[in-house]
Design a protein around this ligand. Structure first.
Ligand code: ATP
Ligand code: MG
Length: 555
């Protein structure tokens, strides 16, 4: 038996263990996953989901799903539904489904509390004026002329803002902190702004909306979140997060930051993914080339493989770029154990077995998955005319080419040994078909021929094969890190990222159902696409068999 390896704790787990030990939060662990419903989730979000739900599970805690929907302009219920679907599909159940917008009344009260404490004021400056007064990282800012308004005046103005008395951009509510702070975010940050936009949940009830920094920490606190895990770009926000909680005297949630996941040959920001969708570079959010959860699912990825990937990359404190090869390694690992093997010929050449009687056919039995003892068997029809892969025949083979060649023998998987006798060509010298003869007593499992051949190739019986559309995907971008290249990231799109071919698949695939995964023997892993119909099967290639990751790492 393999020795159980003690995995060292990641730094978030270390913090939680310390908190549990010191009795902070009375042994409670409550995390949250807080997506903004302005796009579909991507593999980076999966990392955050696995981390938030994972640590809570590990320490007997729970996780809330909270939609951070404080920006009415970009949000939509379509996104809410897709996010819920994706989190569940990844295998996680949230304790509560919450919306930051549910807290708008409470947040409004919090804002008034700050005003009453003399810690917030209404500013009539234009955004240009405010920017000019903000200072720079090396120079302090200057106080707004409206900074010393009385509490009464601020209360009255804020109420008027709420009641729609002012136009967008004319007034904001700012926290009164320190215009000379070395942290620019502490220089009297805006906490409420006017926006006459319809919100996907609260409709027209509000025309003022809290800024992210005045909603996130407070929402954490309202829910009693113990460990608020976010990505590194929020490090400078932490001081404000703590300031708000302290001055509002509310539940002391704490923020911890880890490195975003970046993946090679793709982009990960929702804004960029939205551009790819809107400008038609892909067929939609769930295009199998997209790094979205829905795209990966349609591509044939499994939740197990994605969770495994997130586990393997660990929790970093510094930004890094992870090879997409690792993600491909993880899906191969999982599908190798679970996917049934079938035969499909992607680039066919016809073979006639001249000594096999015309009109005869037989049913051969083959195992579904050699990796799975309980995988069972299935029937595959064999007959005189078959397709094999073009690349499995060479007229002038090099040494050690163990597939088919003139005069050379090969085993047809789960069937007979055949020998190539003749190559039939058209007037241009193109190969039309191969004439072979089979060794009658060489049937797999009952072979008494005494002939040993080194190569085994896959095939399909022409009379029984089904034509299928197969979509072969390549990387969506030509460079490793398109966001870090000069110019627009879209200049680096790989225009050959989708190749559509017609393949011939064994008849058992007539019963294929959407989402079922297969290994097309010797070719890779494939799954039925949602656009497949009974009249026309459509398969997506999830990943090829070649393990480039193992090569890269020398494993
Ligand atoms: P994007 O920049 O892609 O639009 P976002 O951070 O705006 O992403 P949110 O919906 O706000 O997207 O993210 C929800 C949660 O997922 C946040 O806690 C965020 O930090 C986390 N998250 C987003 N992208 C990544 C990533 N690439 N790696 C890890 N966590 C991420
Ligand atoms: Mg965000």
């Amino acid at each position: 038996m393999a020795e159980a390896t003690e995995k060292s704790l990641n730094f978030i787990e270390q913090i939680i263990e310390n908190d549990l030990e010191s009795g902070k939060y009375n042994g409670r662990v409550l995390t949250r996953f807080p997506p903004e419903p302005n796009g579909y989730l991507h593999i980076g979000h999966a990392k955050s989901i696995c981390l938030n739900f994972g640590v809570a599970q590990k320490y007997g805690g729970q996780t809330n799903l909270r939609f951070d929907d404080t920006n009415p302009a970009t949000e939509d219920t379509e996104y809410v539904e897709s996010i819920k679907n994706d989190v569940q599909w990844l295998g996680f159940n949230w304790a509560n489904e919450f919306y930051a917008s549910d807290y708008f009344d409470q947040l409004y009260e919090f804002a008034k509390k700050l005003i009453r404490k003399g810690l917030a004021y209404v500013d009539d400056s234009t955004s240009e004026e405010m920017a000019a007064m903000k200072g720079t990282p090396v120079e302090p800012g200057i106080n707004s002329p409206y900074r010393n308004r009385s509490i009464e005046e601020n209360m009255a103005l804020f109420e008027q803002m709420k009641n729609g008395a002012f136009a967008e951009g004319t007034h904001v509510l700012r926290a009164k902190i320190d215009m000379a702070s070395t942290n620019m975010l502490m220089r009297d940050p805006i906490i409420y702004r006017i926006k006459f936009a319809k919100h996907h949940r609260t409709g027209d009830k509000w025309c003022i909306y809290p800024m992210y920094d005045f909603a996130h920490g407070q929402s954490d606190s309202i829910e009693g979140i113990t460990h608020s895990i976010c990505t590194l770009e929020f490090v400078p926000h932490r001081e404000l997060y703590d300031w708000c909680i302290e001055n509002l005297e509310i539940f002391p949630s704490k923020q911890y930051e880890f490195a975003r996941l970046n993946l090679t040959y793709t982009v990960m920001s929702k804004r960029k993914l939205l551009q790819l969708v809107n400008e038609g570079h892909v067929s939609g959010w769930d295009d199998p080339r997209m790094p979205t959860i829905s795209g990966l699912r349609r591509r044939g990825y499994t939740p197990e493989a994605i969770r495994d990937f997130c586990e393997r990359i660990g929790v970093a404190k510094r930004d890094n770029l992870i090879s997409v090869g690792l993600l491909e390694f993880c899906i191969r690992e999982h599908l190798n154990k679970t996917a049934d093997r079938v035969m499909a010929v992607l680039d066919p050449v016809k073979v006639v077995i001249t000594n096999y009687p015309e009109g005869k056919s037989e049913i051969l039995t083959t195992e579904n998955n050699p990796e799975d003892p309980e995988g069972g068997t299935r029937n595959v029809p064999f007959s005189r005319e078959i397709y094999i892969e073009k690349e499995d025949f060479l007229e002038n083979p090099p040494k050690k080419y163990f597939r088919l060649a003139p005069g050379q023998m090969v085993r047809l998987k789960s069937a007979y040994i055949v020998r190539c006798d003749e190559v039939i060509k058209d007037e241009n010298g193109e190969i039309l078909e191969l004439h072979c003869s089979y060794i009658e007593n060489s049937k797999s499992g009952q072979d008494t021929s005494g002939i040993s051949v080194k190569g085994t190739i896959h095939w399909v019986s022409i009379a029984n094969a089904i034509e299928a559309e197969v979509r072969l995907y390549d990387r969506l971008f030509k460079v490793e890190d398109p966001s870090n290249e000069e110019g627009d990231f879209k200049e680096y799109i790989n225009n050959d990222s989708l190749e559509t071919i017609t393949a011939y698949v064994e008849p058992s695939l007539k019963e294929a159902t959407a989402g079922t995964k297969y290994q097309f023997l010797r070719k890779g892993y494939f799954c039925l696409d949602k656009e497949s119909t009974t009249n026309k099967l459509v398969f997506n290639r999830t990943v090829g068999l070649k393990d480039t990751w193992a090569k890269e790492t020398g494993k």
